[in-house]
Design a protein around this ligand. Structure first.
Ligand SMILES: Nc1ncnc2c1ncn2[C@@H]1O[C@H](COP(=O)(O)OP(=O)(O)OP(=O)(O)O)[C@@H](O)[C@H]1O
Ligand SMILES: [Mg+2]
Length: 154
């Protein structure tokens, strides 16, 4: 699937509005791929009213969301070894009411919870405004909203 930024944001908002909790979403892609754009859209859809700055330095931010839910946004780019995750409260992630969004899930390696989604964003060659989006289900996470209409590229 190939999406422009507005379509990606629309999909993220639908995910945030509709997904059942607990759910864990790993967002993959190079620097600037759009992981934080998608994370903010999911948060917005879930009812987060805060700005959701990038957790690049703090590694984890929590936000109250609608319907008693909570959005937990992590950016593991600076995690050098998976055992650094314990300091972030990793073992208690994925509680009943949580939407957990993990940028750079590769850094957590085998410590990712058994049930999660991996959403990979990559640049579309020659089209700086588009991203190819690949979605993989690992284990049995709750369903995600369907993609919005694809952007067609001539
Ligand atoms: N189709 C698109 N989807 C998402 N972002 C896009 C798209 N086209 C252009 N962009 C731009 O790409 C940038 C994505 O930045 P973002 O911070 O979301 O990346 P990131 O993957 O979180 O990077 P980092 O690893 O540095 O945290 C934004 O400036 C956004 O405006
Ligand atoms: Mg980011």
């Amino acid at each position: 699937m190939r999406l422009d930024e507005a379509s990606l944001a629309r999909w993220g908002e639908r995910i945030g509005e509709t997904v059942e909790t607990p759910v864990v979403l790993g967002l993959q892609g190079e620097l600037g791929a759009g992981k934080s754009v998608l994370a903010r859209a999911i948060g917005k859809g879930a009812g987060v009213s805060a700005a959701m700055p990038s957790p690049s330095f703090n590694l984890v931010f929590r936000y109250p969301a609608g319907l008693g839910r909570e959005v937990v946004h992590l950016d593991l780019y600076r995690v050098a070894a998976p055992d650094e995750l314990w300091e972030l409260g990793w073992q208690s992630l994925g509680a009943e009411h949580e939407i957990v969004i993990v940028e750079w899930p590769e850094r957590a390696d085998s410590l990712m919870p058994p049930d999660h989604w991996l959403i990979e964003l990559s640049n579309t060659p020659g089209k700086s405004e588009l991203r190819d989006v690949a979605v993989r289900r690992v284990g049995a996470p709750p369903d995600l909203a369907a993609f919005p209409m694809s952007v067609s590229v001539p």
